[in-house]
Design a protein. Structure first.
Length: 124
């Protein structure tokens, strides 16, 4: 039963993350990725060989990145999922990382509601 509970919880979390990222604009996803990599815009520009102003304009939403920019970015940062960056679909990284979450309280049950107004209860 525990596998089912955590499996459902993980699916719910991943679904929320994917849905949330689809709502963000591409330049916001780029910022989110840079934060996760602890990269400053000047470091990114230097690492991929573009002008610092190019990064600044992309991050502000003023300009959209070119194919050349994507090519340089993805050559240097191969783990960055291009599909996620462009469309918001999928995961930030091409390497799926499972993070262990520790709870201080025990969860009694989870109720999952479906589009057809049905639901499932999972008791731990």
């Amino acid at each position: 039963m525990e596998k089912t509970f955590f499996g459902i919880l993980l699916k719910l979390f991943c679904s929320f993350e994917v849905y949330f990222c689809k709502l963000l604009k591409m330049h916001t996803r780029l910022k989110k990725w840079m934060e996760s990599e602890e990269l400053k815009s000047s470091q990114l520009a230097d690492n991929i060989g573009v002008n610092r102003a190019t990064i600044s304009h992309i991050l502000s939403g003023r300009n959209k990145p070119s194919i050349d920019f994507f090519e340089k970015l993805l050559r240097v940062y191969a783990r960055l999922n291009s599909n996620w960056l462009i469309t918001g679909i999928g995961y930030m990284s091409t390497e799926k990382e499972v993070k262990e979450v520790k709870f201080s309280r025990k969860i009694g049950k989870v109720v999952v509601f479906y589009d057809d107004n049905s639901f499932d209860e999972v008791n731990s």
